[in-house]
Design a protein around this ligand. Structure first.
Ligand SMILES: NC(=O)c1ccc[n+]([C@@H]2O[C@H](COP(=O)([O-])OP(=O)(O)OC[C@H]3O[C@@H](n4cnc5c(N)ncnc54)[C@H](OP(=O)(O)O)[C@@H]3O)[C@@H](O)[C@H]2O)c1
Length: 214
């Protein structure tokens, strides 16, 4: 597939390299593509561009930017470049104006709303799927844990888009738990808070979630 990854941080660069590793064509995007030089040097098969170039390039688009900037990034990517496409949303609505309280991050959303629902409302023709938000970037591609394959919780309104994302997660070494429609992002986004608590409290950042079933 042709995958456009919006972002220049650890999540975007890790996922972009992961898609290349797994045989996809990739463009990585930033407001200032010059800052992607190091990634381009290390990933010679990958392309770089603006958010709009990247969204236009991708059959699948990943948004991996600061939560508070996700709407702005998708606006720059261009509504028409996102229409009808799978858009994987890895963003968390972290309120950076306040430090974590006893290790618990603060969100700018309340419990009965979520960032992804808001983005889906704003970009109604995109098929948004929440994924990759509940684990640290170093474990997103080919995670190795003693407890076996970890679980990625996903949600979104389009069944076909979730099938595509489940295929990507299979390829990247995850088992997928589909939690239903976009509203489930209200539960999936806070997994980021839970994931980060051992990190902030005890400097433990090397875990992932697994859903156990009978
Ligand atoms: N770090 C992790 O391990 C981790 C794990 C799971 C989920 N997440 C979530 O994944 C997302 C990406 O995290 P990250 O740590 O890789 O990067 P980040 O530092 O949270 O975000 C950097 C990105 O945000 C973009 N950005 C900042 N302000 C912007 C604005 N005003 N308009 C448009 N874009 C703007 C930057 O664009 P430019 O390139 O143009 O500067 C850059 O690409 C976040 O929502 C985070 O909560 C992170």
């Amino acid at each position: 597939m042709k995958v456009g990854v919006l972002g220049s941080g650890g999540v975007a660069t890790t996922l972009a390299s992961g898609f290349l590793k797994h045989g996809h064509q990739v463009m990585l995007g930033s407001r200032t593509p010059e800052k992607l030089k190091d990634w381009a040097t290390a990933n010679s098969k990958g392309k770089t561009g603006t958010f709009a170039d990247t969204a236009e390039f991708g059959e699948v688009v990943v948004v991996a930017v600061k939560g508070s900037a996700a709407s702005e990034a998708l606006r720059r990517a261009g509504e028409a470049n996102l229409a009808g496409k799978v858009v994987i949303d890895s963003c968390n609505p972290i309120d950076e104006s306040a430090p974590p309280s006893n290790g618990v991050l603060k969100f700018f959303t309340s419990p009965n709303e979520s960032l992804m629902e808001e983005l889906q409302k704003q970009f109604a023709d995109a098929h948004m799927v929440k994924a990759f938000n509940s684990v640290g970037a170093p474990f997103m591609v080919d995670p190795q844990f003693e407890g076996g394959k970890p679980t990625m919780f996903i949600c979104g309104n389009d069944a076909g888009a979730k099938k595509t994302v489940t295929g990507i997660l299979d390829q990247f070494g995850w088992e997928t738990a589909d939690m239903g429609g976009a509203e489930a992002a209200r539960a999936i986004e806070p997994l980021c808070m839970l994931w980060c608590i051992p990190g902030f409290l005890r400097n433990e950042w090397t875990h992932a979630f697994k859903l156990l079933k009978k």
